[in-house]
Design a protein around this ligand. Structure first.
Ligand SMILES: NC(=O)c1ccc[n+]([C@@H]2O[C@H](COP(=O)([O-])OP(=O)(O)OC[C@H]3O[C@@H](n4cnc5c(N)ncnc54)[C@H](OP(=O)(O)O)[C@@H]3O)[C@@H](O)[C@H]2O)c1
Length: 250
C-alpha cells in the first residue's frame, strides 16, 4: 500500500460527466491512483466503455440524467459514502444576449449549476460524504472572464464558484474541502462542439494566444487527483485556474 499523500488508495470517488472528456480522464487517473470510482452520466454505452478502460477493481457505473430528480435520488441511494466527488457534467450552448429565452437560460443554468447543487445537497442530506472528503467542481475561466455569446455559461460557472466556497465554509468543521478548477480550452468533445462554428483561421488565432498551447483532459484530471488527495488537506475554497498561460497578458 502506498504511503504517499498524493495517492487515492482506498478512497471512493464519485465522478459526474464520466462518459466523456475531462470526467472520463478523471475517472482513469483516479483509478490509476488507487481509488474505487463510481462513474455517472446519461449514456450507458459510453460509461461502460470508460469502465472497461479503468485500472484496478471495485469500480461501478450508474446511469443518471442529473436533470431528473428521481435519477439523482436513485444514484444517491445506490452509492455508499464517498471520499470525493468530481462534478464534471456540464454543457456549453452559446447565444448572444438578445437571443436568450427563459428556456435557453434554464437549460444551461439547470445543467451547469442547479444539478450540481442538487446532487451536493442530496449527498450531504443522505450522509453520503465521509469526514475528510474533497469536492471538486469544474468551473471555467469564463466564470471570471466571460466571452461573447457565453452569458449563461459564464453565469452558471460564476455561481458554481460562489457555491463551492460556501460548501467549503459550511463543511470545514468536518474536514470536508471544496475547490473549483477553472480551465481554459481543453481538447474534449465539448471543445470540438465549441470550435465547430469557427473558421480554421479564427481557431488558429485563438490557439496562438496560449503560451503552453491548449489543455488536454489529463492536465485537468491530474489536478483533480491532487485536490482529492490527502496532499491537498489544507486547500479549500480555492479556484485553480488552468489556462496554459492564456490570461497572463490580460
Ligand atoms: N473542454 C473545455 O474546454 C472546458 C473548459 C472549461 C471548463 N470545462 C468544464 O469541464 C466540464 C467537463 O467538460 P468536457 O469538456 O469534458 O465536456 P464533455 O466532453 O462534453 O462532457 C460532458 C459530460 O457531461 C455529461 N452530462 C451532460 N449533461 C448531463 C446530464 N443532464 N446528466 C448527466 N450527465 C450529463 C455528459 O454525459 P452524457 O452525455 O453521457 O450524459 C458528459 O459526460 C464541464 O463542466 C465544462 O463546463 C470544459
Amino acid at each position: 500500500m502506498s504511503t504517499t499523500p498524493f495517492h487515492l488508495t482506498d478512497k471512493t470517488i464519485l465522478i459526474t460527466g464520466a462518459s466523456s472528456g475531462i470526467g472520463r480522464q478523471t475517472a482513469i487517473e483516479c483509478a490509476a491512483m488507487g481509488a474505487k470510482v463510481i462513474l455517472t452520466a446519461r449514456n450507458d454505452g459510453r460509461l461502460n466503455n470508460v469502465m472497461a478502460e479503468l485500472p484496478g477493481s471495485g469500480h461501478s457505473t450508474f446511469t443518471c440524467d442529473l436533470l431528473n430528480a428521481l435519477d439523482v435520488s436513485a444514484l444517491v441511494n445506490y452509492i455508499g459514502a464517498v471520499d470525493g466527488v468530481v462534478h464534471c457534467a456540464g454543457l456549453v450552448k452559446p447565444f448572444p444576449v438578445s437571443f436568450l429565452t427563459r428556456e435557453k437560460m434554464d437549460e444551461t443554468i439547470h445543467t451547469n449549476f442547479y444539478t450540481v447543487v442538487e446532487l451536493t445537497t442530496a449527498l450531504f442530506k443522505a450522509k453520503k460524504v465521509n469526514r475528510g472528503a474533497s469536492m471538486v467542481f469544474l468551473s471555467s475561466i469564463s466564470g471570471q472572464h466571460p466571452h461573447k455569446g457565453g452569458s449563461m455559461y459564464a453565469s452558471s460557472k460564476a455561481a458554481l464558484e460562489a457555491f463551492s466556497k460556501t460548501v467549503a465554509l459550511e463543511y470545514a468543521a468536518k474536514a470536508i474541502r471544496a475547490n473549483c478548477i477553472s480551465p481554459a480550452m481543453v481538447k474534449t468533445p465539448m471543445f470540438d462542439d465549441a470550435v465547430a462554428g469557427l473558421s480554421a483561421q479564427a481557431m488558429d488565432e485563438h490557439v496562438a494566444k496560449y503560451p503552453l498551447g491548449v489543455g488536454l483532459p489529463e492536465d485537468i484530471a491530474r489536478a483533480a487527483v491532487f485536490l482529492l488527495s490527502p496532499a491537498a488537506r489544507w486547500i479549500t475554497g480555492t479556484n485553480l485556474v488552468m489556462d496554459g498561460g492564456l490570461l497572463l497578458e490580460y
